[in-house]
Design a protein around this ligand. Structure first.
Ligand code: SAJ
Length: 412
């Protein structure tokens, strides 16, 4: 079919390539000219998509444009994969979706329109369908992309598909089944929207639980990493989550708040989400507090102390720094007068909110090594060399022996 994917990001680009590989004629519509020219030059900017996979499709199966008129001239299917961030007030920002709807209305008729961006329950039925107007078939199919995951990808991850009529559901199931291994139809777009929010709220709250447990274990004088490792031997009824320096990425940090925002509007409190919000969003400050506490125990003042950070991306082995807790930690350390440096091969440059610009530098002999993101490539066995203190926020030093060097290694 003739398919237009609106938004060529970490969701849209893999989806477009996969659909084109399975015989569809796919256009990627993205307002970012640099993305359009990269695709046209056969270059991928998403780690999970190879240049070759794009190049093989440029002979008529896949093309990109920043022109809405060209992108939406003749599609039979339009898939919306644009960001749905939060505003500073933690309110949903659906402006990218409404802009996509306006483009569709202006240039296209009678297409199947599938929304993949994460929204609050009810949005597709109450807002998208009326905004689009009659003549379209509509479905909601949440994206389930885990960037950097080597096992699960767009093709083999089961795809939820919700629609509000049998005819629309059949259309959407037939389309997605043509290039995705497993599709899971559900009875409405509201159900599909809520499925997505349950998935990420489940993670958000469990990470909050274990972040709180880590602070409790510090008070109890118990090694939380040993506790979690031992609890993980339970073969049923348990799933490990791990404490960290905070929660990054633009999925977990926003999706649960779409649910709690909607519920507040319906005068219903989402207490677990709001509690997890408080715990997870306070972690960066907690890391700095603990660093000052450990330095104090060594008779060292944070101000003027050199702190070298390993890892600024929001999770291991990716380059994305959106919502990364490392940004908050670096800003907090900078405000308190620490002398900062970082090393992250996936992130060559970094500009903090304070406009402080930093470049990734290979290991410097700093007073403190602060492990924030546990990329696989770091030399954890020798991380203590050349430092007076190592603060490990990821528990990665627990299993790396022998640890040469004799400075204290503290795991949060
Ligand atoms: N994190 C912890 N402790 C944990 C797990 C994660 O602190 O036990 C932190 C990570 O360091 C990271 C953040 O949480 O900063 C998010 O981690 P993530 O593994 O959830 O990664 P995301 O946000 O890129 O992807 C998630 C997907 N993750 C997994 O299923 C493993 C999935 O929930 C969604 O498909 C995706 O968000 C999305 O697009 O919604």
């Amino acid at each position: 079919m003739k398919v237009t994917v609106i938004g060529g990001g970490y969701v849209g680009l893999p989806l477009a390539v996969l659909a084109a590989q399975h015989g569809h004629m796919v256009c990627i519509y993205d307002k970012d000219e640099s993305r359009v020219s990269k695709i046209s030059d056969g270059q991928s900017y998403i780690e999970d998509v190879s240049d070759a996979s794009i190049q093989e499709l440029l002979t008529g199966r896949l093309f990109a444009t920043s022109s809405a008129g060209l992108a939406l001239a003749l599609p039979e299917v339009v898939i919306i994969c644009v960001p749905t961030p939060l505003q500073y007030s933690l309110e949903p920002d659906l402006s990218f979706v409404t802009a996509a709807i306006d483009d569709i209305k202006t240039y296209t008729r009678a297409a199947l329109v599938c929304l993949e961006s994460t929204v609050y329950p009810g949005f597709t039925r109450e807002a998208l369908v009326p905004l689009l107007g009659s003549g379209y078939s509509v479905a909601f199919s949440p994206e389930r992309v885990d960037p950097g995951n080597k096992k699960w990808n767009t093709k083999n991850t089961p795809k939820i598909i919700g629609a509000n009529s049998a005819a629309e559901r059949e259309l959407a199931v037939a389309f997605y089944s043509s290039f995705i291994d497993t599709v899971v139809p559900v009875s409405s777009t509201d159900v599909a929207e809520t499925v997505k929010l349950l998935e990420n709220t489940f993670r958000w709250c469990n990470i909050g639980l274990v972040n709180e447990l880590a602070m409790q274990c510090h008070t109890l004088g118990v090694d939380v990493w040993e506790v979690i490792e031992a609890a993980s031997t339970k073969p049923f009824g348990f799933m490990p989550f791990y404490p960290g320096p905070g929660v990054g990425g633009h999925c977990l940090t926003t999706d649960p708040d779409y649910l709690s925002w909607r519920l507040r509007a319906l005068k219903h409190e989402a207490r677990f989400i709001e509690l997890a919000d408080g715990v997870n969003r306070s972690r960066p400050k907690y890391v700095v507090y603990r660093l000052m506490e450990e330095l104090n125990a060594l008779g060292i003042c944070l101000k003027g102390t050199s702190v070298h950070v390993w890892g600024v991306a929001y999770k291991p082995n990716v380059s994305d720094t959106r919502e990364s807790p490392a940004l908050d930690i670096l800003s907090e350390l900078s405000e308190r007068g620490a002398v900062l440096s970082y090393e992250d091969r996936y992130v060559p440059q970094l500009t903090l909110e304070s406009e402080l610009e930093l470049s990734s530098t290979s290991d410097v002999a700093a007073d403190v090594l602060l492990i924030v993101t546990d990329h696989e490539y770091y030399d954890y066995a020798n991380c203590a060399l050349g430092h007076r203190l190592v603060l490990d926020t990821r528990g990665v030093t627990r299993r790396r022996t022998p640890m040469s060097g004799n400075c204290p290694i503290i795991r949060l």
